[in-house]
Design a protein around this ligand. Structure first.
Ligand code: SF4
Ligand code: SF4
Ligand code: FES
Length: 234
């Protein structure tokens, strides 16, 4: 098959390679073949190869995906595939993007757990049946791969927007019974770059490989922010 791969930085260009097809071949297998057999300078990231780390995320035919979990059979058209770096993040080189903006936004959304107890206290018990815990059951499974962020149209035209992953993280902490940051976190996500900028396009939710719904998390944040504002707390 013919594979177009992005080479260079932001001003780079696609380069075409011929790669043999195999049964059950993934897009990550293809990129690895190119790097090992055709172009040893090709830069790309991966770690687990089994859909656990999220580091192999790339744009395949324009769509953000985990390449280790994407079979060529599913995405090849007329024996052709295009592989590019994730959109909405600066390209370092070839298929590698700079994730700093992405994780800085987690920090700006107060994505750090702030405990109410000290290490001297007993373990906190959160019952699996707790309504708050049930609300974040899916959201806490996020592994920070950046696929949703790359798919988000609002991030594309407003680079300040915190984005789906950071806001999903904030939501999981807002509903964490052990967390003490409460209003401070709601203030962090209430501004112009926060949850109200989301247009609920659902691209993040459609693309998340873990079937998480950042859109629902962001809608939850909007409700919490509105309630706090009506109470005069913000
Ligand atoms: S919400 Fe899904 S797509 Fe977004 S960073 Fe987390 S795991 Fe990746
Ligand atoms: S639902 Fe909101 S966060 Fe998700 S892709 Fe759309 S605008 Fe971005
Ligand atoms: S290499 Fe870890 S998710 Fe693909």
């Amino acid at each position: 098959m013919k594979v177009s791969v992005w080479k260079g930085g932001a001003e780079g260009a696609f380069r075409e390679f011929e790669v043999p097809r195999h049964p059950s071949q993934t897009v990550l297998d293809v990129v690895t073949y190119i790097q090992r057999a055709l172009d040893p300078t090709l830069a790309y990231r991966y770690a687990c190869r089994v859909g656990m780390c999220g580091s192999c995320a790339m744009s395949v035919n324009g769509v953000p995906r985990w390449t280790c979990r994407t079979h060529v059979d599913k995405v090849a058209h007329n024996d052709r595939v295009e592989v590019a770096p994730l959109k909405n993040l600066p390209v370092i080189r070839d298929l590698v993007v700079d994730m700093r903006d992405f994780f800085d936004k987690w920090a700006r959304a107060k994505g750090q757990f702030q405990p109410t107890r000290s290490k001297e206290d007993d373990f906190a018990v959160v019952k699996p049946t707790s309504p708050k815990r049930l609300l974040i059951d899916a959201g806490i499974e996020c592994i920070g791969c950046g696929v949703c962020y790359s798919a988000c149209e609002v991030v594309a035209w407003n680079p300040e927007y915190l984005g789906p992953a950071a806001l999903n993280r904030a939501w999981t902490l807002v509903k964490d019974e052990r967390d003490a940051a409460g209003l401070e976190r709601l203030r962090a996500v209430a501004g112009d770059a926060g949850c109200h900028s989301c247009h609920s396009h659902m691209s993040c939710t459609e693309r998340c490989p873990k079937h998480i719904s950042p859109t629902a998390a962001i809608a939850g944040l909007k409700r919490e922010v509105a309630t706090a504002a009506l109470r005069g707390d913000l």
